[in-house]
Design a protein around this ligand. Sequence first.
Ligand code: F6P
Length: 341
Amino acid sequence: MKIALLNAGGDCPGLNAVIRGVVLKGDRIYEHEFVGVRDGFRGLVDDLIVPLPRQKVRGLSRVGGTILGTSRVSPFVHGGQDTTRVREILDQHEIDALIAIGGEGTLTVARMFHDDGIHVVGVPKTIDNDLSATDRTFGFDTAVSIATESIDRLRTTGEAHGRCMVVEVMGRHVGWIALHAGIASGAHAILIPEVPVTREQVCSWVQQAKDRGRAPTVVVAEGFTFAGDDQVESDRVDGFGRPLLGGIGEQVTRMVEERTGIEARNTTLGHLQRGGVPSSYDRVLATRFGTAAIDAVSNSLWGTMVALHGIDIVNVNLSDATSHLKCVPRDQWDEAAILFG
Ligand code: F6P
């Protein structure tokens, strides 16, 4: 079989480990031929198809970013769900199947391809960990580790100055990164989209920590809003038309300073959370996803996605994977909130 690999959407630590896992097992066990699609769905429209022999994936599992490049570009050039151009490219290169590695947007497109008869298998990817149907996505562990280390560092400078340190982390509409990095670093407040809290409550946690002689540390997810407020969204949108998030950290910082008189500083970690080498956990998960994806292709499990259930890799329907976001359950935030302030 001739198989094309594509990753689309934001990059994510572990993408290269998936590519390596797919190609090595596909070559060694099934003798498939591989090509890579450059720059996400743009490559399926602009005909950016490159050979992907096993020599190209050597030593890749520890390398961040993606050797294929990525973009947030829709493949539906004629609008709607028209796959004519995509089919043209696949036929022209005699590609039998596509492995699509991506988050919610990419896997939704993969599901539409499948509905249209294209042979596709999905691999879940996102630092946000917001995909239903899989317990974990690779990239999340690395992002949490980077955020935790950053918060630890911010804490020492905060303590030196007696300041409140606010740290804005990514996550889009869910608070997984904030929750895990916040718990790991012993934050005095963790603010996530799933649990809106009032300004008074945040100031009370900050003041309590300050009164004990601590430098208050607040971790806020980019999708958080204060109870009763509208979400802070930029007027800029990504290639899938989704508004860019960010800016809430600065708002929290100013609010704390104005209301409590405690000097405060904001740090927005941004894309640092996606950069650099993947953690060992993410390398392992990504490699397992890659080798399972090539098994799925070889067994014609079209329209499915590989997923982690407990410690096992399983196959689920793409439609289940994209039906709803996996949010932080309230009881998990409550467990952490007992230690706030
Ligand atoms: O989905 C991953 C993510 O890093 C989000 O956490 C963040 O909101 C978004 O991508 C940023 O997108 P971009 O890289 O397009 O700025």
